[in-house]
Design a binder for this molecule. Structure first.
Ligand SMILES: [Zn+2]
Length: 226
């Protein structure tokens, strides 16, 4: 088996998790079982992208939880999740239940399918991307478990993992860009902007100002476009 070099980000995350596990600490990726970790590593090296943990940016982070606020004309609720994927699953359930509001809408050449995609991220992102008004929406925000609010626009003191701060529901990148400035556009894994959205994974956006590639809805930086 050949280990690729340089090590891709998802493999590096698994290696860090292995290191933590060997040192008796909680895995930063949320994996606390050695057998599970080994299976993930082998699958990742083999290039099996169906394995859940090839998206480390969607894994729980120790010391943090994710606050999901969802509002519509009928509901305004805020829920806390340890696992951001669980929050996204919740959003996807809402999106699927209300899919008729966006089915068939066309934006930038892409027509929303009649039925929601099976992928939770794609379902929630496609749905909320196409909602035309502010009467329904969500924000998903990483917060420390100690209750201190985190200002994600000031991340210079920690790893530059999460770029997006939220002010009144608006994204703000660490570079200062926001939706009213140059905005964020759907992109590919290498940051190429997409003219049509039919090949979009429903996850990745590029900050048009600083070219950071951001995975939504968690706002984690997963790369930078060349
Ligand atoms: Zn930026």
């Amino acid at each position: 088996m050949t280990i690729p070099h340089p090590i891709p980000a998802h493999l590096a995350a698994l290696c860090r998790a292995a290191d933590d596990l060997l040192n008796g600490e909680h895995a930063t990726t949320g994996i606390s079982d050695a057998g599970q970790l080994l299976a993930q590593l082998v699958a990742a090296i083999r290039g099996d992208t169906t394995t859940a943990l090839v998206k480390p940016y969607l894994s729980p982070v120790n010391g943090y939880h994710w606050l999901l606020r969802y509002w519509s004309p009928d509901v305004d609720e805020t829920l806390a999740f340890h696992d951001p994927l669980a929050a996204i699953g919740r959003l996807a359930r809402t999106a699927r239940a209300r899919w008729d509001r966006v089915a068939g809408l066309t934006t930038t050449g892409f027509t929303v399918p009649a039925t929601p995609p099976e992928n939770d991220l794609a379902a929630s992102n496609l749905y909320f991307w196409h909602l035309a008004d502010d009467a329904e929406g969500f924000w998903l925000e990483r917060q420390p478990l100690d209750g201190q609010s985190v200002d994600d626009t000031q991340v210079t003191g920690e790893r530059d993992d999460y770029v997006l701060g939220h002010v009144a529901g608006e994204w703000i990148c660490v570079c200062g860009n926001d939706a009213a400035d140059e905005g964020f556009d759907p992109c590919t894994r290498v940051g190429a902007l997409l003219a049509v959205l039919d090949s979009w994974d429903g996850v990745l956006y590029r900050c048009v100002k600083c070219d950071r590639i951001v995975a939504q809805p968690t706002g984690q930086v997963v790369g930078r476009a060349e």
